[in-house]
Design a protein around this ligand. Structure first.
Ligand code: NAD
Length: 263
């Protein structure tokens, strides 16, 4: 039997990259999926792709930095599918113009990163939890990053947002454990997505060569595929992970095992 049959899942930033792979993987496992994204084309394409194998999904065009859009995502999911079992707070940005030290970081850049990478996790959790509670149990998976654990130069807002996501994960897990709502996080290493390719294009003339070089820094000798994060998110959202809460899992090809970025 499909492992998420009769389950309803929301994926923020579900249109591209890790979110796309995660939405697709949940739908393949029988879940009804709400794909929430600001990119209409990406969201609609994915709904079409999911329909082709008989999967169930809706797309809600939304800017998750806005509380009213997050409420709309939740309301439309409940209206369409009757409840919520799993929330995947996946959305995240690292704009090209944000690679600066703290002095050169503008308030606008700071706010844009914190609002997407952190504030949306607050809004989506706040509005989803009453519905998850109605199911008697559920799971929230937050996408942090290895950059929430160790840092790199010129990423002050991104690093702060990811450290905060890990802290929020621990904190929320305590408030909701008694209600059997688990709150967990994943920390991806470098994963082959539009976000990573944009970042690589800053430092390398040829993106493919840059990806190889970054891949070689990972002990497994390559960057990850979005499906490799999706697999772990599905595991964490499943009954197989029923005793895991307040914890994170690095899915990073061994990067954190080295204890440092370099070398
Ligand atoms: N790719 C990596 O190497 C990597 C590494 C560590 C952590 N992460 C994290 O994984 C998550 C997914 O990253 P990705 O690489 O798949 O990113 P991506 O840029 O490839 O995809 C992000 C998706 O979020 C959507 N989005 C952006 N702003 C939005 C907004 N305001 N409202 C709604 N949707 C919005 C985009 O349209 C896009 O579909 C992020 O939290 C990111 O920080 C990625």
């Amino acid at each position: 039997m499909k492992s998420f049959k009769n389950k309803v899942v929301i994926v923020t930033g579900g249109g591209l990259g890790i979110g796309q792979a995660t939405s697709h993987a949940f739908a393949l496992e029988g879940a009804s999926v709400c794909i929430a994204d600001i990119n209409e084309q990406a969201g609609e394409n994915l709904v079409e792709k999911i329909k082709q194998f008989g999967g169930r999904s809706i797309f809600v065009k939304s800017d998750v930095t806005k509380g009213k859009d997050c409420k709309k995502i939740v309301d439309e999911t409940v209206k369409e599918f009757g409840g919520i079992d799993v929330l995947i707070n996946n959305v995240g940005i690292q704009p090209l113009n944000s690679y600066k030290n703290i002095e050169d970081t503008t308030e606008e850049i700071w706010d844009s990163i914190i609002n997407v990478n952190l504030k949306s996790y607050f809004f989506m959790s706040k509005y989803s939890i009453p519905h998850i509670r109605n199911r008697g149990k559920g799971v929230i998976v937050n996408t942090a990053s290895v950059q929430g654990l160790q840092s790199d130069k010129l990423v002050p807002a991104y690093a702060a947002s990811k450290g905060a996501v890990l802290s929020l994960t621990r904190q929320m897990s305590l408030d909701y454990a008694k209600e059997n709502i688990r709150v967990v996080a994943v920390c991806p290493g470098s994963i082959d997505t539009p976000l990573l390719k944009d970042a690589v294009s800053l430092s390398f003339d040829k993106v493919d060569e840059g990806i190889d070089e970054i891949g070689n820094k990972h002990p497994l000798g390559r960057i990850g595929d979005p499906s490799e994060i999706a697999n772990v998110i599905l595991f964490l959202s499943s009954e197989k992970a029923s005793f895991i809460t307040g914890e994170y899992i690095c899915v990073d090809g061994g990067l954190m095992a080295k204890g440092a970025w370099g070398g």
